[in-house]
Design a protein around this ligand. Structure first.
Ligand code: SD4
Length: 252
């Protein structure tokens, strides 16, 4: 399962990995990587809209059935943040690396930086600069961070999430998407959840973790998502007209 319309291509890829007896972790990595490489996508990967300093900064995380996790935040000029997140999980004792430290580690570990300039993105930025007004809007017309959760034929779960974050955010801002428990949470004994929308709301409520904990208490995936959204609505009365969404899968 994955978020938004671009998720269909990601699902196709993930499904083919599972059909070839690939691991569920490979499926969620290779699935979202398709969208990271689609430079026509304006909110995932290097085709994403810019921050207020005119940079594309990327966030991603991945978690497996046993709860092992890797994450990367506020990195620039890498095509596949999701693969860096996985490498951090598999090759370091840590969960999360950020910024220049993460970039240095990635370069030392075989990932390459590339430069891509997309005229349309520059034009949108120049247009935005005229007012420099920050209105975080995440809806189906303008946004499509990808979160993916999957199960293989043996019932093993995994999840991934990758984004360029909210357009025109403050340089250095990190959203929910690379934060385990906020943008993604997997517990092989219960289920998995991922989130999309205004990240601050998912961080404040540990949104994806909430969804999984509700499923642990017996909520169906749909009811768990509904309850998590209601909790965000009632606890964040200072945030009007914001959008959030969750996907959830239980182990059944
Ligand atoms: C963020 N959650 O950076 C992301 C944005 C998003 O669909 O999901 N947009 O806050």
């Amino acid at each position: 399962l994955s978020t938004w319309i671009h998720g269909l291509a990601a699902n196709q890829k993930a499904w083919s990995v599972l059909e070839d007896n690939g691991s569920v972790l490979d499926a969620v990595e290779k699935g979202v990587a398709i969208v990271e490489s689609d430079f026509t996508n304006r909110s995932v990967g290097l085709g994403g809209l810019l921050d207020r300093d005119g940079k594309v900064t990327l966030d991603a995380c991945i978690q497996d059935h046993d709860g092992r996790a890797g994450a990367v935040a506020f990195i620039q000029r890498f095509e596949h943040p999701i693969s860096i997140a996985r490498a951090i999980m598999e090759r370091t004792p840590h969960v999360m690396l950020v910024g220049t430290g993460a970039e240095k580690w990635a370069l030392e570990n075989g990932f390459e930086q590339i430069d891509i300039t997309i005229p349309e993105v520059r034009v949108a930025y120049e247009e935005w600069l005229r007012t420099s007004e920050y209105k975080p809007i995440a809806n189906r017309e303008n946004h499509d961070t990808i979160g993916m959760i999957a199960m293989d034929a043996n019932g093993r779960l995994a999840g991934s999430c990758t984004t360029s974050g909210m357009a025109y955010k403050i340089h250095g801002r990190v959203g929910d998407s690379p934060i385990i428990g906020a943008g993604l949470f997997v517990d092989g004994d219960v289920g998995a959840a991922c989130a999309t929308g205004v990240g601050e709301l998912m961080i404040r409520t540990a949104g994806s973790h909430t969804v999984v904990e509700l499923m642990r208490q017996g909520f169906t995936p749909m009811d768990a998502c509904r309850e998590a959204v209601l909790r965000i609505l009632t606890k964040n009365t200072d945030q009007k007209d914001m959008q959030v969404g969750f996907l959830a899968l239980n182990k059944e």
